[in-house]
Design a protein around this ligand. Structure first.
Ligand SMILES: [Zn+2]
Length: 254
């Protein structure tokens, strides 16, 4: 049974028996991995220290062929991302991002996807409270982009004809639409120049300038959710994404 060491991010932690944990990890070198961390719930356990939700580090895993549950023998936490548990909005956003990874990452290794998730959690952990919405939106869009689903902004998503602002955007059809393909325009979103530039900034991993206010952040979240539902999630339920959207919406309207 080979022992491997790989950068890893903790996506899910489930208590198992009195003393152990089962974790789901996104690893850089081995894709999604489920592993049993024996004794990780014991005080002063070397495996359990830092083995918490959203933590990044280096995991030592004993890989067994023909089984879905591996053995985690060590976890060297490099970033605990402790701020993510500090407020509900940030926690909700981090849970939505890790849900995307849990449900939509391919089983095989995808180092770019791993880096996008790591960068996204770092940015969300570091962001000031006025930047948290932009950090969360950008992290989710960049993850979706690394999965191969970046929306078209400058050319029609159907035929590739260049389009200028204001852009008719269809999350369902994958981005901007030219005159010929926008049909009756029902259910499309009109993106003025500022909104289009804000979306481009988020896709590039920059914060929009001017910063998103609560109303615009909510509109961007709605666009992202629709895009994810149609292109990434397919029929998989995404309760953390729904929770993030709903709770942020509550915060906006209160
Ligand atoms: Zn077109």
């Amino acid at each position: 049974m080979p022992l491997i060491a790989t950068p890893a991010i903790v996506l899910k932690v489930t208590p198992y028996s009195e003393t152990s944990k089962i974790v789901r990890l996104l690893t850089r070198d081995h894709g999604l991995v489920s592993a049993l961390a024996r004794g990780a719930r014991r005080p002063r356990s070397p495996t359990g220290a830092g083995l918490d939700l959203f933590a990044s580090g280096v995991a030592a895993v004993r890989m067994k062929p023909q089984t879905d549950l591996q053995n985690l023998t060590g976890f060297d936490c490099t970033r605990a991302h402790a701020n993510l548990a500090g407020d509900m909005a940030r926690f909700g956003a981090a849970a939505a991002l890790t849900e995307l990874a849990l449900k939509c990452a391919p089983a095989e290794p995808h180092p770019e996807l791993f880096e996008r998730l790591a960068e996204g959690l770092d940015a969300l952990d570091r962001a000031g409270s006025d930047e948290a919405d932009a950090a969360a939106l950008s992290a989710c869009w960049r993850f979706v982009g690394a999965l191969g689903f970046e929306p078209a902004l400058d050319a029609c998503a159907v035929c590739g004809t260049p389009v200028a602002a204001p852009v008719t955007f269809s999350a369902v059809q994958g981005g901007a639409l030219c005159k010929a393909h926008r049909g009756d325009g029902e259910r499309h979103t009109k993106l003025g120049e500022a909104d289009r530039d804000a979306l481009r900034a988020l896709l590039d991993g920059r914060w929009p300038d001017p910063p998103l206010d609560a109303r615009h952040a909510a509109s961007h979240r709605r666009l992202l959710m629709t895009f994810i539902r149609h292109h990434v999630a397919e029929d998989r339920p995404m309760p953390a994404l729904v929770f993030w959207d709903r709770e942020s919406w509550n915060a906006t309207s209160s």
